[in-house]
Write a protein of this length. Structure first.
Length: 115
């Protein structure tokens, strides 16, 4: 998987530009469906990543890119990663991409691209 470009509001992966948050699940890229988390928005001031989303748990390591650091990750997500014995990295998206480049095998990701 090639991460070619990341800037506010878009990310380019393997020649395709995405203008929305993405989920990488075993090498497949799809749009993050954050609707289940919208009900928590008021409590966080931003739609957080919640356990109610379709999180790609089939991995040994899950990298969450938080944009510039604005994407809140709810404690239940962290608890579930621990329960499943999945290494969880929560980093600004630029650092998350660097972490993905270093060891992409058995790593899934959720990348926030807009703040």
């Amino acid at each position: 998987m090639r991460f070619e470009k990341f800037s506010f509001g878009s990310i380019r992966i393997d020649g395709t530009t995405y203008k929305h948050d993405v989920v990488i699940d075993r090498g497949q890229v799809s749009k993050r469906k954050k609707k289940p988390s919208k009900k928590f928005r008021e409590a966080f001031g931003h739609t957080p990543l919640s356990i109610e989303e379709d999180i790609p748990w089939k991995c040994r390591r899950l990298v969450i890119g938080t944009g510039t650091g604005a994407l809140p990750v709810m404690k239940e997500v962290k608890q579930e990663a621990k329960r499943l014995k999945i290494e969880l990295l929560v980093l600004p998206t630029t650092k998350a991409i660097a972490a993905l480049k270093k060891s992409p095998d058995e790593t899934n990701a959720i990348l926030h691209v807009t703040c």
